[in-house]
Ligand binder design. Structure first.
Ligand code: SF4
Ligand code: SF4
Length: 281
């Protein structure tokens, strides 16, 4: 089973939930935890895994052989992303717009384009407790998070439970992270911002036909808009987590919390019972 932990907006506590759900589940079964938030991965700060493997992630970019090129402009015409501009005797290439589709090389009439590797980021793999952990780190200034996310997702399990920390928002990295998952837990907070961004995520999940349920974090600090939305949309609320100063303090120190805060363990247990209950429907 592949479970995504997502939030329309950042700062709702989804990574805390992803890590602690993994720690809870590994007590009975081996778990795989993937941090797909490659622009700002931080699950490792809470899980504290020992890393044993690191590999670079490359993408293919075009490289023009000036001796073969006659500046016909065909490559620029076929590039749907505006990553190439052909001038009279020069070609301008914008690597951050390139989606590595290979069209320019394929359609170049003079075979003047070679595809070369460019490093985008790295993947690190490790473990903690009974959890296999993988995250990706996108190089600073790079825009193509999806290629790194796709590499992270190669570590997802077949028989084990895979918990995936999905990046915040609803853009391409979120779609890539959600692809092929079985169930999504939406972590939100009961504020107008939380409600707005959760609404966008719900629309995306409905389009991708991924079943979902909601966790309301710091439920006692906001309004009832999220609960009313869930009622109207028939989205189950699995658990409501209260604000607690001690919880916030311990969370800021890193590490997992279910071993330190008994009521939080109960919340995670209730959450998992809710997911299992929905799975049987
Ligand atoms: S299609 Fe090939 S030959 Fe034409 S401008 Fe591009 S690289 Fe040069
Ligand atoms: S590989 Fe695709 S996206 Fe990149 S420059 Fe060539 S045509 Fe454009």
């Amino acid at each position: 089973m592949k479970i995504g932990i997502a939030s329309g907006k950042g700062g709702t506590g989804k990574t805390t939930l992803a890590v602690n759900l993994s720690v809870y589940l590994q007590e009975k079964h081996p778990v795989i935890l993937l941090d797909c938030d490659v622009e700002e991965p931080n699950a490792h700060l809470f899980l504290k895994p020992t890393f044993s493997e690191e590999q670079p992630v490359f993408v293919k970019n075009p490289q023009v052989n000036r001796e073969k090129c006659d500046y016909c402009g065909k490559c620029s015409e076929v590039c749907a992303f505006g990553a190439l501009t052909v001038l009279k005797s020069k070609i301008l290439f914008y690597p951050h717009l390139c989606h590595s589709c290979g069209s320019c090389a394929y359609f170049c009439p003079n075979k003047a384009i070679e595809e070369v590797d460019r490093e985008l980021g790295i993947i690190q793999k490790g473990s903690a407790l009974n959890i296999e952990f993988t995250h990706g780190i996108l190089n600073v200034g790079e825009a193509m998070a999806v290629s790194v996310i796709n590499e992270v997702k190669k570590s997802q399990g077949v028989d084990q439970i895979t918990v995936i920390d999905i990046p915040p928002g609803t853009s391409c990295p979120v779609v890539a992270s959600l692809r092929d998952i079985d169930f999504c837990i939406i972590v939100t907070e009961p504020t107008p911002f939380g409600l707005n961004d959760m609404g966008l995520l719900v629309q995306l999940l409905q389009k991708m036909e991924i079943p979902s349920a909601v966790v309301i974090n710091r439920w006692d600090l906001g309004d009832t808009g999220v609960e009313r939305f869930c009622q109207n949309e028939k989205i189950p609320v699995l658990v409501k987590i209260p604000f607690d100063k001690e919880f916030a303090r311990l969370n800021a120190e890193g590490g997992n919390l279910i071993e330190k805060i008994p009521w939080f363990r109960d919340s995670i247990q209730e959450l998992w019972a809710g997911v299992k209950g929905l799975e049987k429907l």
